[in-house]
Design a protein around this ligand. Structure first.
Ligand code: MF3
Ligand code: CO
Length: 255
């Protein structure tokens, strides 16, 4: 499929989708505390999304059974919320959420430490993962090539000795959750698509404290690090312009 260029009307709708998703993330972050189940976190996120009249886009996507992906510690992404999984002080909880507003998708992920402080190792991993997104974003501009973003993300994370997940990638987004192009988080051997104003991209580094290798649990969804090391995830929906990119899911809404 060709990479879609959004009209100004579509961009307005995606801005609103992004703003509502940012508020959803803020509400989940405020509610997160030790002793909660990952199912409760999912419920809070889903209720906020529905309160906006939006649709949680992950629910039933390829059979995924919840609205929010809740991935704890060595779980990289796509953790399935469960009433039995209680989070504790110091855990890394990665929350990935998506919604549809008037036919347009927004997708974003954040990693948090339950109870606030956590280990030095966990805090650093989360911060480097977040910063790797911004390192990639420096290249997110019309006229540049997609894999400049990929290479910058990967080089930054690897400079800390971290493993950059290769089995999963970011993606274009719009009237579908996953559109072309795929956006790897590590250097490629070709320069990739030429970026143009009006493209909307979900850029989402998934970074492991140890090896980049991952495996899938028997539920066929939950991705975990092969070596049991911690993992973090950071994702925003971004609009490419001729100048600075616009981060649609990071505007200060819901703070
Ligand atoms: N945010 C995830 C992504 O970008 C979507 C989760 S997949 C789902 O691919 F099945 F859980 F929806
Ligand atoms: Co995504």
């Amino acid at each position: 499929m060709p990479v879609s260029i959004k009209s100004s009307r579509e961009i307005e709708l995606m801005r609103e989708a992004g703003r509502l998703l940012e508020i959803t993330h803020k509400e989940m972050e405020k509610a997160l505390r030790p002793g909660m189940s990952t199912w409760e976190i999912n419920k809070i996120g889903e209720d906020v999304i529905r309160s906006f009249g939006c649709i949680p886009s992950f629910l039933n996507y390829n059979g995924y059974p919840a609205s929010i992906c809740v991935s704890v510690n060595d779980e990289v992404v796509h953790g399935i919320p469960s009433r039995e999984h209680i989070v504790k002080e110091g855990d890394i909880v990665s929350l990935d959420a998506g919604l549809i507003y008037q036919g347009y998708h927004a997708d974003a992920a954040r990693s948090h430490i339950v109870g606030g402080t956590g280990s030095e190792e966990a805090r650093k991993l989360i911060e480097v993962t977040r910063q790797s997104f911004f390192e990639g974003l420096k290249y997110a501009k019309a006229g540049n090539h997609l894999h400049e973003i990929s290479a910058a993300i990967g080089a930054y994370a690897e400079s800390f000795g971290y493993g950059v997940v290769r089995d999963l990638v970011g993606h274009g987004i719009g009237t579908h959750l996953h559109e072309d192009p795929q956006i790897p988080n590590y250097a490629q051997r070709r320069r990739g698509l030429r970026l143009a104003a009006g493209m909307t991209l979900a850029i989402e580094p998934m970074i492991n404290a140890g090896t980049w290798k991952v495996c899938w649990l028997d539920d066929d969804w939950t991705v975990v690090t092969e070596d049991g090391s911690l993992s973090a995830h950071y994702e925003n929906t971004v609009l490419i312009t001729d100048g600075e990119p616009e981060i649609l899911t990071l505007t200060g809404a819901g703070a």
